[in-house]
Design a protein around this ligand. Structure first.
Ligand code: HH2
Length: 283
């Protein structure tokens, strides 16, 4: 499996890919305020690439529970200088833009991004993200979220979280396909922590094959999230990298293609060792 990127580039997905988080925000839950300056972001990207990252995910709006919305103009001011600097300094790097707003996505693509990561699965901007992905020939991440960041953790409710998240993502993928985005360019993500209790997150992680079985590329973003802190009793998000690596190993075992993480090195190791073991199953 592979992703077709603009400019005849290709990202192979036949071994697990690591997407490194670069939050250009003052308030992200685990690393807010660290990378507002493009030079700091370029340095962080260098560390991530050295540690084995395949994708750099740049975002200018925190989606942590309770976060306020950031207008597209401010998101553009935050992310475009960083995407430009990354594209210049790391021309081979695969850059994705984490936004739900079409204007931000478009500006980031013009600055050198090649993948769209939309945590609203196209809903925030009336499906215009679908048209943009189709027009520019870029892969699009469709993530599930119940509610919106401002209120999503108030009362997450499902009858069957796995079935409901699956149905939602397949419906959005079908809509995106009707808008012209090919099946293999639509990356599905169950949206760990987005309108879900700890039990919901654990159920989703216990059934990762559900998304892999759709035949779409699958992305998982569990890195440092609150439910991990609840399971292992660790309050500081930056101290949750071991718990995150455990999820990465499980995800690779289940066939997940892309792991979105804050700290690349432990997850690269967890992914590579799990993948190496899996390649020896039939020998
Ligand atoms: N999680 C976050 C942000 N973007 N994108 C995808 N596709 N999947 C995720 O699970 C996901 C995401 C939240 O993490 P982070 O970016 O570190 O925090 P914040 O939203 O506070 O910036």
């Amino acid at each position: 499996m592979h992703l077709q990127l603009p400019g005849e580039r290709v990202l192979a997905l036949d071994r697990p890919a690591i997407m490194a988080v670069l939050n250009i925000t003052p308030d992200s839950f685990s690393d807010g305020g660290e990378l507002l300056d493009p030079d700091a972001a370029v340095l962080a990207a260098q560390h991530a690439l050295d540690a084995g990252a395949d994708i750099l995910d740049v975002g200018g709006e925190s989606t942590r529970p309770g976060a306020a919305r950031i207008e597209p103009g401010e998101q553009v001011r935050r992310v475009v200088p960083v995407v430009e600097a990354l594209a210049e300094r790391h021309p081979d790097a695969v850059i994705s833009i984490d936004t739900t707003r079409h204007a931000v996505a478009e500006a980031a693509l013009d600055a050198g991004a090649v993948i769209l990561n939309d945590v609203s699965a196209g809903r925030d901007d009336d499906d215009r993200m679908f048209a943009l992905a189709a027009e520019r020939g870029c892969p699009l991440v469709l993530m599930h979220m119940q509610g919106a960041p401002a209120d999503m953790q108030n009362h997450p409710t499902y009858h069957d979280v796995v079935a409901e998240v699956r149905a939602f993502l397949l419906e959005r993928a079908a809509d995106a396909q009707r808008a012209g985005v090919p099946h293999h360019q639509l990356i599905l993500d169950p949206g760990i922590g987005f309108g879900k209790t700890t039990a919901h997150n654990l159920q989703l992680l216990a059934h990762l094959d559900t998304w892999v079985d759709t035949g779409h590329p699958v992305l998982l973003g569990a890195s440092r999230k609150r439910f991990l802190g609840q399971v292992v009793g660790v309050t500081d998000p930056a101290e949750r990298d071991i718990a995150t690596a455990a999820v990465s190993a499980l995800a690779v075992r289940a066939g997940v293609h892309i792991l979105r993480v804050h700290n690349v090195a432990p997850n690269r190791q967890a992914a590579d060792v799990t993948f190496a073991i899996m390649t020896h199953r039939n020998t």
